[in-house]
Design a protein around this ligand. Sequence first.
Ligand code: ARG
Length: 482
Amino acid sequence: MADTIGSRKAWGGRFSENPDTRLEAFNASVGFDIRMVREDIRASIAHARMLGTQQIIDTADAETIIDALWSILGEVEAGTFMLTIADEDVHTGVERRLRELIGATAGRLHTGRSRNDQVANDFRFWTKRQLIEVASGLIDLINGLLEISGKYADVVMPGYTHVQRAQPVLFSHHMHAYCEMFLRDLERVRQAYDRTDVLALGSAALAGATYPLDREMVAAELHFARISRNSMDAVGDRDFVLDALYACSVIAMHISRLSEELVYWSSGEFGYITIADRFSTGSSIMPQKKNADIAELGRGKSGRVFGNLIGMLVTMKGQPMTYNKDSQEDKEGLIDSIDTILAVLDVFPPMISSITVHGDRTAAASVKDFTLATDAADVLAKAGIPFREAHEIVGTLVGDCIRAGKTFADLTDDEWAAVHPVFAEQRPPLDGLGSTRLRDLPGGTAPNRVNAARDEMRALLSDENAWVTSRRAEQDDIFTRG
Ligand code: ARG
């Protein structure tokens, strides 16, 4: 029989006029779903093989389809595979190319399948790969932070609350706080990955298929951990997109907080750090300027990433079951968030490694504004004075010092003893590092605790690295023709 379908839409049969060009332009997703063309082709290969094995289509036809799909994948990799607006979306575009290569046999591929389960599955498949790369970028970032933490292990700086100097802390302890945030981000990315790792194929349009599809076989070939339990949920749900968008948003928020600190630490007012010239920018008018643009962009990009999350929540909230075309709007936001986060995670680790910390400046700042006052109160409390009373005594001392224009370091032995007899015998440390040594408990900023935390995080990272390596190998394996 002649191939009468080739020049028409995949859904053309019931229509009596050709689509308006404006509809085609508005409806098409080829501009962005081309990003998951490899996943689309590879999933079709698994589907065709299963159709053949189950005798749903002829084994020879299945082989012809599979061979041609591998060569289309070759065209994608060679950069010669092209989609046009008339293709509507990547799924139809691949089928159109298949038809060009093998004729009417191509029409057997879509047996027991719909673009609804196809797109849900392709996007899950694509998202899994991207989340592996996000995890890898987070590992690089944490490594960068641990690198400067180790390099400046004995640098002390002021710790802040309310942007007021509060108590001395190790610079490393401050960096490790960010490491903890990014480690939780890693956990979130892996959780998002696990919830994404569900095969939707076999759900067809919404109700399942009338053929004996072997869904487990397809899942095994594509390395999906499990198959969906409900066909309607499988085609209608986009929670996995929201999970990935949320994971990206929290990463962006953490990046933004870190960036804010890097920007002002590198200002003349603080002078805590210098970012290397190769990761800084200048001004077209002011010859002296050196700006922390990477950090500013890192902070600024959080806006669009949060926007993508909110946008997708709103896109989903009014949709009745099951698939609606609204869901096509799931792609650009996630693609943008993933691209943004991957770009940030590419440039931040080397920028962070390039930072020089000015330990003399941070150490001097660490004891300004009476940051050792808590230590002074603790000296009294440890000598048996109720802490509230000790707080009051030291508070009065701080007030007196401010009025007299003095610091703790200016006080004579007699002046200390006059504040409280205990101070005749015991005093708080007058340096920031000495103060940090007193906080020797799990989670505290004492150097031995901070060094142990660094070792512990390095060990955690090697486990995370193993996860990335094995997941990447799994993905590479899927795309290697056996
Ligand atoms: N381009 C569509 C999307 O991204 C593919 C699914 C189309 N399904 C349909 N019934 N029109 O959602």
